[in-house]
Design a protein around this ligand. Structure first.
Ligand SMILES: NC(=O)c1ccc[n+]([C@@H]2O[C@H](COP(=O)([O-])OP(=O)(O)OC[C@H]3O[C@@H](n4cnc5c(N)ncnc54)[C@H](OP(=O)(O)O)[C@@H]3O)[C@@H](O)[C@H]2O)c1
Length: 339
């Protein structure tokens, strides 16, 4: 508990104000600890927690994104956190079964009750999020403000559909496991002895998932860039993430086991990667865009005449849906991210 307090104090001292947890993390202990640590200055914190993962394996109603689980999970989280409202309430994972209408209407009720200020969605397909946001907009219900996805140099597949969707729908992106669970912290690389005391080393099955040849090659380049510019590997990995603003702002959810780790990682705020460094990181970590992004036939849409001579073009250039979208935004301001 004292170590947690030191981490939260270091974060607050650096200007951080956004804490992410879940009703399932450490069986609810995480929410209790966070609640205790923010109690003295609750209004300052943007507190986010999640529901939908099952909390009683023998009870099908204790998991899922449906209304019954939402109502009971929300009240239990409020009790553990010792607060009467949650700033940002996430669906932890899309449950596949519950109709989108039920989920969005139930979340809207939670907001109207005052127990929740904003809602977000984590670990869901892009088409579900797009359907849910469109439905909420059409019916005047609360829409998602934010998206939570795994995003790091070692996990870029969200760039295919989820990030462009977030940009088009004006969702803020929060990136979980931004250091690949610790892989990009500088302690791993093909030339480094494997540490035994890390989460990757000790969590069952995690090392097989994380320590692949490709991921270690990415860690190697991160380590090299870090050494060349005199930064830490964690700083380089987080600075890269913060540079990924092509579609939507990306807020890394940094995880730290110790205050020194957090202080080190927050040093990323002073790191601006050069074009050469970004190119080296791109080269080692790029993913195949897949269909339809790589479909050559898309060029045929404009092949017979230029955009400038199109009868629908305007003097200010072609418009896109994103720029025509209504101005929307949440009032909450979250943790610092450079650029
Ligand atoms: N929505 C979801 O499904 C989902 C899933 C996972 C996580 N999350 C959220 O994302 C947050 C972050 O995820 P994560 O913990 O996996 O993030 P991460 O930043 O990828 O990994 C954090 C781990 O890296 C190591 N580390 C961190 N900073 C370091 C530094 N400066 N130097 C050396 N090592 C460092 C520490 O582990 P070791 O010291 O053990 O190496 C730490 O536990 C979680 O707390 C949670 O809120 C959400």
């Amino acid at each position: 508990m004292q170590e947690c307090a030191r981490i939260v104090d270091a974060f607050a001292a650096a200007g951080g104000n956004f804490i992410d947890t879940s009703n399932r993390y450490t069986d609810g202990a995480s929410e209790r600890i966070v609640g205790e640590l923010v109690a003295a200055d609750r209004a300052r914190w943007v507190l986010s927690t999640k529901y939908a993962l099952n909390t009683r394996p023998d009870d099908p109603n204790a998991g899922g994104s449906h209304r019954k689980n939402l109502v009971q999970a929300l009240d239990a989280s409020l009790r553990r956190l010792g607060t009467d409202y949650i700033d940002l309430y996430w669906i932890h994972v899309w449950d596949v079964l519950t109709p989108v209408e039920e989920v969005m209407r139930a979340l809207d009720d939670a907001v109207r009750s005052g127990k929740v200020l904003y809602v977000g969605i984590s670990d869901a397909p892009a088409w579900i999020v797009a359907q849910a946001v469109t439905l909420a907009d059409e019916r005047g219900w609360t829409r998602f403000s934010a998206l939570q996805v795994p995003y790091a140099l070692t996990a870029r597949d969200v760039e295919r559909e989820l990030l462009p969707m977030a940009g088009a729908l004006e969702l803020t992106v929060t990136a979980w496991s931004p250091l690949g669970g610790g892989l990009l912290s500088g302690r791993y690389g093909s030339d480094r002895e494997r540490p035994q005391d890390t989460r990757i080393a000790t969590a069952p099955g995690y090392s097989d998932l994380m320590l692949t040849e490709r991921k270690l090659a990415i860690a190697d380049v991160v380590n090299r860039v870090a050494a060349q510019r005199g930064a830490s590997s964690a700083q380089v990995a987080i600075a890269w993430l913060c540079s990924r603003r092509q579609h939507a702002p990306v807020i890394p959810i940094v995880g730290a086991r110790r205050p020194e780790q957090l202080r080190d990682t927050l040093g990323a705020l002073d790191v601006e990667l050069t074009a050469d460094e970004l190119a080296a990181l791109e080269q080692v970590s790029a993913i195949e865009p897949g269909f339809p992004s790589n479909f050559g036939g898309r060029a045929l849409a404009y092949a017979t005449r230029s955009i400038a001579s199109s009868p629908t073009a305007t003097s200010s250039g072609p418009t896109c849906l994103r720029h025509r979208a209504r101005a929307r935004g949440s009032g909450a301001r979250t943790a610092p991210c450079p650029a």
